[in-house]
Design a protein around this ligand. Structure first.
Ligand SMILES: Cc1ncc(COP(=O)(O)O)c(C=O)c1O
Length: 374
């Protein structure tokens, strides 16, 4: 194959088939006026059925679903929310939108998910909720987290953005917390372009979220009447039609991602200095983004590898910077495990269209750039 792949080895990319084409075409032709929410309602019903949740609300994206989760949990100025420091910043900003303060804690180095011990250590009398992320599809340690939440009477919000189809102890992610949110953004396991969904079993939270997502429109005095300031957050019917097809195929999508991870695992499992993030006990990951810690390199070398990959037509990603280091948030947290991942973490390509030879090329390139033998 040489040192350049003719095929773009993409970080992410969807699996689009006949079902997707059919549903989108149906939405395009028929999803207007009286049926303008047809596919949205079908998507919400399908997600409820799949998860065994009572209520779902489709949103323009997961960030907005997370805002609804925080707002419907009653978070406000003066409240603290214990939050992982390792995530896309949407996780933290959704807390900030409500006026509440994210308190950033460290991760479990084996899963890159929030550390239950760190949660417990950060609880104060102001703590109102825990915001966890099922990082890159790996489930967080939900037994411990729910135990802590119960003991301290805290709400739990699952940022399940990349984790549709993952499980902890046989139970699907997104079914543990008071609410949970998934993303259908284009790099996720199931896509709609932009898209998200909020789920809960709590009728009051759901009804509050629906009102907030629809401009506070109650129609209480007349049609179009709004009783408080709300937002326009709902998903469009067209993206919902695509998300619906994808959710109906989620088992197939998960199986494909797990197959891709398996190819990486076979080649990298015994390489010293490469720590692949693999399912921990009781965990079932959808492996949306197969990731590794390059234990022997510094940040500069990790970035060099990402750059060299790009020259070979391989699209990888450096791991997230700690959110607590962003100017809009507060830089007063240590979180050494997050720092390590920030500097040495890499997510490897896992677009749905990869074949084993692509993964082999990525692994060979990685070993070469690390100066390791095949
Ligand atoms: C952990 C996490 N939370 C939230 C989001 C936000 O999702 P969206 O882009 O659908 O708003 C993402 C998106 O990448 C994410 O990875």
């Amino acid at each position: 194959m040489g040192k350049f792949s003719k095929k773009k080895i993409s970080f992410a990319g969807p699996m689009i088939g006949k079902k997707e084409e059919e549903y989108v075409l149906d939405a395009l032709r028929n999803g207007w006026y009286a049926t303008f929410e047809k596919h949205t309602k079908m998507l919400e019903a399908k997600v409820c059925e799949y998860l065994g949740r009572k209520y779902a609300l489709g949103t323009h994206c997961c960030t907005l679903a997370l805002h609804l989760a925080c707002a419907s949990a009653g978070l406000k100025k003066g409240d603290e929310v214990i939050c992982t420091d390792f995530s896309w910043v949407a996780t933290a900003y959704s807390i900030v939108y409500t006026g509440a303060t994210p308190v950033f804690v460290d991760i479990d180095p084996d899963t890159w998910c929030i550390s239950p011990q760190a949660i417990e250590a950060a609880i104060t009398e102001k703590t109102k909720a825990i915001m966890l992320v099922h990082s890159f599809g790996h489930p967080a340690q939900m037994d411990k987290i729910m135990e802590i939440a119960k003991k301290h009477n805290l709400k739990v919000i699952e940022d399940a953005a990349p984790s549709l189809g993952s499980k902890f102890d046989g139970k699907k992610t997104g079914t543990f917390g008071d609410s949970a949110c998934f993303s259908f953004q284009g790099a996720k396991i199931a896509v709609s372009g932009e898209g998200g969904i909020f789920v809960t079993d709590d009728k009051e939270m759901y009804e509050r979220a629906v009102l907030l997502a629809n401009m506070g429109r109650t129609n209480s005095k007349k049609n179009f009447w709004s009783d408080f300031v709300g937002y326009q957050y709902t998903i469009g019917n067209l993206p919902a039609s695509l998300a619906l097809a994808q959710v109906e195929r989620i088992d197939e999508l998960v199986a494909n991602k797990r197959k891709i991870f398996g190819w990486y695992y076979e080649r990298l499992k015994n390489v010293e200095g490469i720590k692949l993030i693999k399912e921990k006990e009781k965990c079932f990951s959808n492996y949306t983004y197969p990731s590794a810690l390059l234990e022997e390199v510094d940040e500069k070398k990790r970035n060099f590898i990402v750059g060299e990959f790009a020259k070979r037509n391989i699209h990888s990603r450096a791991a997230f910077p700690r959110m607590s280091t962003f100017p809009a948030l507060e830089a007063r947290y240590e979180n050494p495990e997050c720092k390590k991942v920030e500097e040495q973490g890499i997510s490897l390509p896992a677009a749905h269209n990869l074949v084993e030879e692509d993964v082999e090329f990525v692994c060979d390139s990685l070993l070469e750039l690390l100066g390791k033998k095949k």
